[in-house]
Design a protein around this ligand. Structure first.
Ligand code: ARG
Length: 247
């Protein structure tokens, strides 16, 4: 009897196994990150990462459930089982990797700047913002915030819960710059309208985005990484990428 239960214990194989038994893959995300996860006018969560996750759930033979979670609390929410995996445009940082496991990256991005139009010519790189007279914004709990505090530490920093509010402060001239991931800023600058913001589009950090899993769950990591390898080479990734990132 003891041996049998020990074997049952061994057969348990992590979150993918649980999702298959449950019939649902639960993914935690903060759907404010264009064009990866965002809410459309009908209230549906759509985007590049959402489509990748739909393909992943399909390959698993389960339904996809998106669990809206504020970005700031997303790692604690994974660790307390609010969902199975983080899929939220999360940068694989070494600091976060001490707390959770990451899949192979599904894209690489970097920090960029949206600056107040009056500062065109005056600010040519993040280094020019490193002065107490400048006010910079980003989103709480993100790498944008970490990079602002680390590389632009002399500027006055204000963190927002929502990317859109942080961008609006720059459009309205209350802040001088918004620091954030390149793909988000590409969409934001178009939304703001020509001439309302200046986009310094050259990324100045290296940020692989990956799915976050609980530590120790190597069976699920194996499944997700092998799935990633498959979709990267069978045209699935390319098709989804082309839909959201038009050249
Ligand atoms: N890549 C950045 C980070 O990991 C920002 C991600 C924001 N994601 C979101 N769903 N709002 O901190």
């Amino acid at each position: 009897l003891f041996a049998a239960s020990a074997l049952t214990g061994l057969a348990h194989a992590g979150m993918v196994d649980d999702a298959v038994k449950r019939g649902t893959l639960r993914v935690g995300m903060d759907p404010t990150y264009m064009p990866f996860e965002m809410t459309n006018k009908r209230g549906e969560i759509i985007g590049f990462e959402v489509d990748l996750l739909k393909a992943m759930a399909k390959a698993m033979g389960v339904k996809l459930e998106l669990v809206s979670t504020s970005y700031d609390g997303i790692i604690p929410a994974l660790l307390t089982d609010k969902f199975d995996m983080i899929g939220s445009g999360m940068t694989l940082t070494q600091e976060r990797n001490l707390r959770i496991n990451f899949s192979e990256p599904f894209i690489v991005v970097g920090q960029t700047l949206l600056i107040r139009k009056e500062l065109q010519g005056e600010i040519k790189s993040y280094k020019d913002l490193n002065d107490a007279k400048y006010r910079i914004t980003s989103k709480i709990g993100t790498t944008g915030e970490m990079v602002a505090k680390k590389l632009i530490s002399k500027a006055q920093y204000h963190g927002f819960d929502n990317e859109q509010e942080a961008v609006m402060d720059v459009v309205n001239g209350k802040a001088d710059a918004f620091i954030y991931d390149a793909p988000y800023n590409v969409v934001a600058v178009n939304k703001a309208g020509a001439g309302n913001l200046v986009f310094l589009e050259e990324p100045f950090t290296f940020e692989p985005l990956a799915f976050g899993l609980k530590k120790g769950d190597y069976d699920s990591l194996n499944w997700v990484n092998n799935w990633m390898h498959q979709v990267r080479n069978d045209g699935t990734y390319e098709r989804i990428h082309a839909k959201w990132f038009k050249k």
